[in-house]
Design a protein around this ligand. Sequence first.
Ligand SMILES: CCCCCCCCCCCCCCC(=O)SCCNC(=O)CCNC(=O)[C@H](O)C(C)(C)COP(=O)(O)OP(=O)(O)OC[C@H]1O[C@@H](n2cnc3c(N)ncnc32)[C@H](O)[C@@H]1OP(=O)(O)O
Ligand SMILES: CCCCCCCC/C=C\CCCCCCCC(=O)OC[C@@H](O)COP(=O)(O)O
Length: 278
Amino acid sequence: MDGCWLLLLGALLLLLPPLLLMEAFGALRFRLKIISYCALCVLLSALAVPVCLLKSGGRSADNMSVVRAFGRVMKYVYGMRFEVKGLENFNIEGPCVVISNHQSVLDMMGLFEILPDRCVQIAKKELLYAGPAGIVAYLAGVVYINRKRTSDAKSIMAEVAQTMLKENLKVWVYPEGTRNNNGDLLPFKKGAFHLAIQAQVPIIPVVYASYHTFYNQSRNLFRTGKIKVEVLPRVETKDLMEENASELTEKCYTMMRETFFQLSNKADETRGSVLAAQ
Ligand SMILES: CCCCCCCCCCCCCCC(=O)SCCNC(=O)CCNC(=O)[C@H](O)C(C)(C)COP(=O)(O)OP(=O)(O)OC[C@H]1O[C@@H](n2cnc3c(N)ncnc32)[C@H](O)[C@@H]1OP(=O)(O)O
Ligand SMILES: CCCCCCCC/C=C\CCCCCCCC(=O)OC[C@@H](O)COP(=O)(O)O
């Protein structure tokens, strides 16, 4: 019997190094893939910069169609396929605020897949320093905000409300305010909803299904996959006032969270439902 235990222990000790090696190799492969993804972003951005300058001579939302064309290359390199529903909901006259969930740096592929014309994003100011990617985003009209200074961010958003009306722009905001890959949506920040109310423009919610089947940072998972996306019908803000921002936020959050669970084949666990077949 003692011999059996010794044999088992020996086998375990023998298996441990290759298992640890495989784990370390998985982490390394994941990191390298993310670095290559960022490097490709930087490379494509560097190629897009002169095209933007030739097209518009400087900063203009028209350059976003150039960035979109270059950005669409990434999905072929990383084997991402998209299944999009509700694209017709983008067909509205005039400006609007688009809101979507934000899971990872991979969201850039989903953004460029469906990005309407003359649509600029609100981004954290740190991205301005991401080399050519920061420059090309600036040239394409991306608005940079300092998330650590609420009052500065609010006054920039108030300017955006004016500019989007003057220049007929759509503005894309990630209301979670940060990347989140935990299988649920984070509570929404209120900036996007104040913006839509101040400009009196509709909100178009966009939901990307959970990436859990092909991308998970904590499990070092990053492989090819299919991303389901749904563009929801517009939410009107006409006649809403600043004091309605919280209920508008809540309404959009609830609607998007339900759609997120549906698209991800997951039930809303807070209501005590069971997980649907995955
Ligand atoms: C070829 C390859 C090319 C590659 C190049 C890539 C190009 C594409 C670039 C795409 C970039 C995408 C980048 C994505 C990001 O960077 S996400 C991170 C940045 N974005 C955001 O943070 C947006 C979401 N955040 C908000 O909207 C926040 O509300 C913010 C305005 C930032 C303020 O943050 P915070 O202080 O944490 O806010 P709260 O929401 O809690 O609000 C505090 C109180 O202020 C009131 N409030 C908020 N906004 C306003 C406003 N505009 N006007 C008036 N009042 C406002 C809010 O109601 C709160 O008060 P109460 O609690 O209600 O009393
Ligand atoms: C040639 C070697 C180059 C090495 C790579 C250099 C690194 C360059 C980094 C990024 C370039 C790609 C930028 C693409 C835009 C990514 C948008 C994005 O997802 O930003 C995250 C932001 O929403 C929220 O940030 P946090 O989750 O709060 O943090």
